[in-house]
Design a protein around this ligand. Structure first.
Ligand SMILES: Cc1cc2nc3c(=O)[nH]c(=O)nc-3n(C[C@H](O)[C@H](O)[C@H](O)COP(=O)(O)OP(=O)(O)OC[C@H]3O[C@@H](n4cnc5c(N)ncnc54)[C@H](O)[C@@H]3O)c2cc1C
Length: 514
């Protein structure tokens, strides 16, 4: 989670912004315990079709008016279109994947699907090579048309934090089977943002920000003759820029058990982003199984482009748009804060620069995000080109006769400020979040196993076996790891853990008293 202050009259979310799903979601349950009001939004809200109808669709229009979708279309209407219906069906049912699950052979036409391999379970590491990318599956096996592929790219791959060409089908299937949170998007209201949530999570905990773990060393030799497993020493560098005398000071902390919850990029031997500089050295080397699992799970890039305006030029009821054939795949326009909190923030920043009160956030992941990040780093003029492209896309959506302003290009006269934020340039993350990765079946299960004789555990969204790269997914892995570590210690010390300790229920309940 990262917030930007001074761009809008509220802290703008540069990373996670929505709580995904209102069911079985400990984040929502914590909000309830804290008595924090929320706002629920339906997603997707609108679809945008940029194509001007000069392709084959025009011919089909007379027979079936739904075939020609053009411009901004509400989700209910768009989802009746056969191609859109088919995209959602394909990604929900995942037909004709390269595998068939043991026991399900009879359910499929095995003769027709003679090139499907029978596997015992989706998470079965032994058959991890029975996999393909979503692009290969859509193109070669399902033979989907271009509109379906475009839509799957914008709606599914972008949401998963990758591109169809890197989205692994086995892990996509696992996520699809396991997702149990619902589809709505939830936001905090009453002037609160996820920054308040992070603060509430950290209350009473010794949190040291800007401290970089450099080494994790298993001090096995400290193990006693009583069979105790030794401890783990963590070497930490103080990288805070506001304490220059303390900067780069190295300290170490020893513990009987350690949980590493960094992004997977910090655990990889080599990560693709040249900006990543918080890699951890593990001594002795992690087991071969763990290293292989860490290398198999992939993280791509995510970019948020923020555009602020001094006046709205989009309809009041539009909040999110999935763009099916445009350069930028998704964008939303949200307003936070109360009149009172926004006024306070505006006053704080009013002398530094103008603040647009209406913000559009563009969200791009995968290869598109890498392309944007590369161009924006290349030169100021390339950066400007991206902003111009974004404004053009907005004008395409909200300009013209039917627009609320009646102007052809309403964006530029109202434009105040912009920011391009590529996550690959964040030195302690080096990318987005992990995405369904090809040949990675079973890797996340491996990451859940203890290391160094069960004194070292891993947590974080990459460890979630349900391939859930959301906040609640990350939290559940932390609780899991804490329970494993504490259970081990309790056995060694003969001090039983309180019943229910470390469960999601117990964790949520702890917020009642905060
Ligand atoms: C642009 C973007 C949009 C997103 N939108 C949403 C959303 O709307 N909803 C949602 O649920 N999720 C969203 N996510 C995903 C969500 O942010 C992650 O799932 C979640 O943050 C994962 O939590 P984590 O604790 O595993 O990892 P992180 O939140 O990445 O935390 C890991 C921490 O480890 C730190 N670190 C790295 N190296 C070291 C080191 N060597 N020593 C010490 N610390 C280190 C990092 O700085 C980081 O603070 C989004 C992510 C991005 C990037």
């Amino acid at each position: 989670m990262k917030q930007l202050h001074g761009f809008a009259p509220w802290p703008v979310q540069l990373g996670a912004e929505f709580v995904h799903g209102g069911e079985n979601n400990c984040v929502v349950e914590i909000f309830e315990k804290l008595k924090w009001p929320i706002k629920t939004l339906e997603w997707p809200d609108r679809y945008y079709f940029e194509s001007d109808g000069t392709d084959n669709e025009t011919a089909e229009t007379a027979e079936n008016p739904l075939r020609a979708l053009h411009g901004l279309v509400d989700a209910n209407t768009a989802e009746q279109h056969p191609d859109i219906e088919e995209t959602h069906r394909l990604l929900a049912e995942l037909p004709d994947t390269p595998w068939v699950l043991a026991g399900d052979e009879d359910k499929t036409e095995t003769e027709k699907d003679s090139d499907q391999v029978v596997i015992d379970a989706l998470e079965d590491r032994a058959t991890a090579e029975v996999d393909c990318t979503a692009l290969e599956w859509l193109t070669n096996r399902v033979k989907a048309n271009q509109k379906i592929i475009n839509l799957a790219e914008s709606v599914y791959a972008n949401d998963f934090g990758c591109s169809l060409s890197t989205m692994g089908m086995r892990e996509t299937s696992i996520e699809q089977n396991c997702w149990r949170h619902g589809e709505e998007y939830i936001l905090l209201s009453d002037g609160r943002t996820l920054g308040d949530f992070v603060e509430a999570l950290g209350k009473g905990v010794d949190v040291r920000v800007n401290h970089v773990v450099e080494r994790v060393v298993w001090e096995e030799s400290d193990a006693g003759s009583d069979g105790k497993p030794g401890g783990v020493r963590v070497t930490v560098r103080d990288a805070s820029s506001d304490a220059s005398d303390a900067k780069n000071q190295v300290t170490s902390i020893r513990a009987s058990a350690v949980i590493v919850a960094t992004p997977i990029s910090a655990q990889k031997i080599k990560h693709w982003s040249p900006h990543m500089n918080t890699s951890i050295t593990f001594e002795p080397n992690l087991s071969h199984e763990k290293v292989t699992a860490i290398e198999k799970i992939q993280m791509s890039d995510a970019v948020k482009i923020l555009l602020s305006f001094d006046e709205k030029f989009w309809p009041k009821d539009v909040w999110n748009i999935v763009c099916c054939d445009s350069y930028f795949p998704e964008l939303w326009m949200l307003e936070y804060g109360t009149e009172e909190t926004n006024k306070t923030i505006e006053n704080v920043f009013k002398n530094s620069k103008p603040i647009g009160k209406h913000v559009v956030t563009i969200f791009a992941c995968g290869e598109k995000a890498k392309e944007i990040a590369k161009a924006s780093a290349e030169s100021p003029s390339k950066k400007q080109e991206i902003i111009e492209k974004a404004l053009d896309q907005l004008d395409g959506m909200f300009g013209g006769e039917s627009s609320t302003t009646g102007e052809t290009k309403p964006s530029r006269s109202r434009f105040v400020d912009s920011l391009i934020y590529p996550w690959s340039e964040v030195s302690s993350v080096g990318g987005a979040y992990t995405h369904p990765s090809v040949f990675a079946a079973g890797a996340r299960l491996e990451l859940q196993k203890g290391e160094y004789n069960d004194t070292l555990f891993f947590a974080g969204e990459a460890v979630n076996v349900e391939c859930n790269p959301c906040m609640q997914g990350a939290i559940s892995t932390g609780l899991n790891a804490a329970r494993l570590a504490a259970t081990n210690q309790s056995m060694l010390t003969n001090k039983p853990l309180p019943t229910n300790w470390g469960t999601e229920e117990n964790f949520v309940e702890s917020f009642r008293t905060r």
